[in-house]
Design a protein around this ligand. Sequence first.
Ligand SMILES: C[C@H](N)C(=O)N[C@@H](Cc1c[nH]cn1)C(=O)O
Length: 456
Amino acid sequence: KEKGLKEWVAIKSDSGDHTKWGEVETMLNMAAERIKKMGGKVELADAGTHQLPSGETVLLPPVILAEFAKDPKKATLCIYGHVDVQPAKMEDGWATDPFNLTEIKGNLYGRGATDNKGPVLAWLHAVESYQATKKEIPVNIKLIIEGLEEVGSYGLFKLIKKRRDSFFADVDFIVISDNVWATTTPALTYGTRGSSYFFVEIEGPKLDLHSGVYGGSIQEPMADLIALLGSLLDHTGKIQVVGVSDDVTPLTEDERKLYDNISFDLEEMKNVVGVKHFLQDTKEEVLMARWRYPSLSIHGVEGAFSDPGSKTIIPRKVTGKFSIRQVPNMDPPDVERKVKEHLEQVFSTLNSPNRLKVTATVGAKPWVANLQDSQYVAGQKAVKDVFGVEPEFIREGSTIPIAQTFQEETGKSVMMLPISGHDDGEHSQNEKISRYNYIEGTKLFAAYFYELSLLH
Ligand SMILES: C[C@H](N)C(=O)N[C@@H](Cc1c[nH]cn1)C(=O)O
């Protein structure tokens, strides 16, 4: 029996913790086996090594480079996807086991169902639909599937450079389906934000200390950290790091007009996420804040007591984690330098005996496509073929770390063709893909192969 979405979701391929990368490899092997069974030629390409913030160097999981039979008369499409996932635990508030795909009222719940195992399988199902009906696939298909997207695609940047003149040489188009629609209308995505992820470590005493015995005599690492994290944002969401937003491209009238036709309903979105109001008042302002302006989010603190109940210690070492989503023309190394200077400056005002260490990872550039690109014509037609409507042209606030590298390094056209729903809850509790989006999405991909072949 073929291993479908249920078997894929059951693999806990959480890439966030490098000690669990064995599961990521298991998932990559399962995907590779499936592609081989479909007649694809598969290489598990060596992705090299990576240095962790701790200084330790680790071996990276491989990257799947695959291709189906090639006909030189046809255009070649390279599909990118990932099979790693974000962490998920029942205790986070899931209604069902995150690693046991469960169908409720037409929705398939499970970690990775929509980000990105479902869409990767939908691409394979689209190929299988041609094979099953004995129809020739109208384009040549290549696949690049990785297992570290959620942590910044370590190793992939170098691998793409290395394979630019081999694997990528005959590729005409690159397509990515790792995004969500903005509303219930199908969409084509023309931009994603970049990202830099920061670890702020404060190390104090040798051991965790009894707060009754030492409290009042120690400058607590947690208090330093809270002061640092609290200095990053104001209550309007404005980033307080000097100069960080200086390079944001100004909004043009043409770009502003693109927001008019998006059928985004502010009230519905408040209900979906469960907030009384957003930081902005209008639909356009909310979408721009999510898609075309930078943002800073504080994600968590490692080392702090976080179990239920109470414990009266002063943690000896705590690491705060936050990230900055970036937009054109922000440059991750420049942002990282400014953030480090900011944190060092604030820390110096605390007069603390503790040690501060700031590390940045991910360093992913933002990506914006050329909307005149012919892939968008094929995408638009395929959406019309399957859904009978015009797609919305949207941007997305999240990050595909490799998107800009694909464009810059290979010089090929890149498009994003999402099939995930606006309420699928990527990275959240109860992540899902609807049966409708999964099946119609598969049809969309099959139609897209056809429409793309007409461009050639
Ligand atoms: C868009 C994709 N589904 C996704 O969620 N990507 C991650 C990539 C990332 C960025 N920083 C660290 N990982 C995301 O946008 O969070």
